[in-house]
Structures are given as C-alpha cells and as structure tokens.
Ligand binder design. Structure first.
Ligand code: HEM
Ligand code: HEM
Length: 182
C-alpha cells in the first residue's frame, strides 16, 4: 500500500477554512459584481431588479460579517503554522511567487472586509439577529472606503484568476498542487 506523505498537505483546519473562504469569497465577489452591473444606467430598474439587488446586498453583508472571525482564525493559523513543503515539484522562484500571491490575497480580503464595514452608510445587520449603526457618517470618507472596496475587489478578482490559472497549469503539467488542499 502506498502511504501519502501528510507533510505535503495543509492540515485539516487550514483545508476546512480555505474551502469555506473560497465559497464565501467567490459568492460575494460574483454576486457583488452582478449587483453592480444591474445598477448600470442602461439596465431598466424594474421592481424585481430593485428587490433582487437589495436582497443580495443585505445577504452578502450578513454573510461576510459572519465570515470575519473565520478569516481572523485563518490568518492566525496561517501565521502560526508552517506551510507543507512542495517536495521537488516547484522551483524556489515559483514557491516565492506563490507565497507572495497568497500574502497579497490575505491582505486584499482583509482590506475588503474592513472597507466593507467602514463604507456602510445605513444601519445594517446579520440576518436580522443584530443591527449595527454606520461606523462613519462623513460622506467623503464613506466615498473613499467605497472606492477602496471597489478597487480591492477588482484586484482580488485578478489574483483569483491567477490562483486558478496557476493551479490548472500545474495540474496539466503533472504537479498535483490541488491535492495539497484536499
Ligand atoms: C471578502 C469579502 C467581500 C467581497 C469579496 C466583496 C465583494 C464585493 C464586490 C465585488 C462588490 C461590487 C463592487 C462594484 O463593482 O461596485 C461589492 C459591493 C458591496 N459590498 Fe462587498 N465584498 C466583501 C465584503 C463586504 C463587507 C464585509 C461588507 C459590509 C459589511 C460589504 C458590503 C458591500 C456593499 C454594501 C456593496 C454595494 C456597494 C454599492 O452599492 O455601491 N462587502 N462587494
Ligand atoms: C475553486 C476555487 C479554489 C481552488 C481549487 C483553490 C485551491 C487551492 C490550492 C490547491 C491551494 C494550495 C496551493 C499551494 O500550496 O501552493 C490553495 C491555497 C490558497 N488559496 Fe485557494 N483555491 C480556490 C479558491 C480560493 C479563493 C477564492 C481564495 C481567496 C482569496 C483562495 C486563497 C488561497 C490562499 C490565500 C492560499 C494559501 C493558503 C495558505 O498558505 O494559508 N483560494 N488554494
């Protein structure tokens, strides 16, 4: 029987947190972009579209607020544990590039979570359980955080494509990188 080298995989907590994060972030990203497209001037703002936009935005606010403690846990766990080694599969430059890209993704997600909270200009809640008041009321600052939110979401989208592109490339060239996270 062939034994798998456990040190080549992320530990269980890292894997669980990665996949929860992937679902939450991919959903918040693509539904957020759809809502922003639906708000474009050339889209007729029918009643159904307005209701759908509000529903998705409120749902995303609740979901991403609930996700915040998990993100903190994930970041602390990543800082406190060593990454599994890559064996002979990647060059030093590739490993450094992957590490740098991962750090950028952590920073961008943190920026999105903080800017999202700070740009709220109305009372908001978590699935109706609790209601919070806006943290900032100054219109100019609300605008600044909204811009930060918008541009960091575009930057994260680029990194997600790079992340998935690199994974696909490695899978095709026989490097089983995906297995590290399964
Ligand atoms: C990982 C977390 C998050 C991701 C990936 C994400 C992603 C996005 C994206 C892609 C948009 C559309 C941007 C545009 O083109 O205008 C958006 C909008 C929005 N996000 Fe987030 N977001 C996240 C966290 C949050 C948080 C924590 C909050 C608030 C607590 C929030 C509140 C909003 C709101 C209210 C909008 C609509 C803005 C508007 O109407 O102009 N987001 N988000
Ligand atoms: C279906 C989508 C996804 C797949 C298949 C996937 C797969 C993977 C795999 C295989 C790794 C290990 C890579 C390595 O060891 O070099 C990894 C790591 C990572 N992924 Fe993803 N991923 C996905 C979505 C995402 C998303 C949406 C994010 C959002 C930011 C993300 C952020 C990360 C980060 C930060 C790491 C590094 C983990 C660490 O060092 O703590 N992934 N992913």
């Amino acid at each position: 029987m062939i034994m798998e080298d456990a040190t080549l995989r992320f530990d269980r907590l890292a894997r669980i947190l990665h996949w929860i994060s992937a679902v939450v972030i991919l959903w918040a990203m693509f539904s957020g972009l759809c809502v922003s497209l639906l708000s474009a001037q050339y889209v007729e703002q029918t009643y159904v579209i307005q209701v759908a936009k509000h529903f998705i935005t409120d749902f995303n606010v609740s979901l991403t607020i609930l996700y915040m403690p998990l993100f903190v846990l994930r970041a602390i766990h990543a800082l406190r544990t060593k990454k599994p080694h890559y064996g002979e599969t990647l060059s030093t430059v590739q490993i450094k590039t992957a590490n740098l890209a991962h750090i950028c993704m952590y920073i961008l997600v943190a920026t999105l979570l903080c800017s999202g909270l700070l740009m709220m200009n109305r009372p908001f809640g978590v699935f109706g359980w609790i209601t919070m008041m806006p943290i900032i009321t100054d219109l100019q600052w609300l605008n600044v955080y909204s811009r930060i939110h918008q541009y960091s979401s575009y930057a994260l989208l680029v990194f997600i494509f790079l992340h998935l592109g690199a994974l696909l490339k490695h899978q095709y060239s026989g490097n089983q990188i995906l297995k590290r996270m399964l």
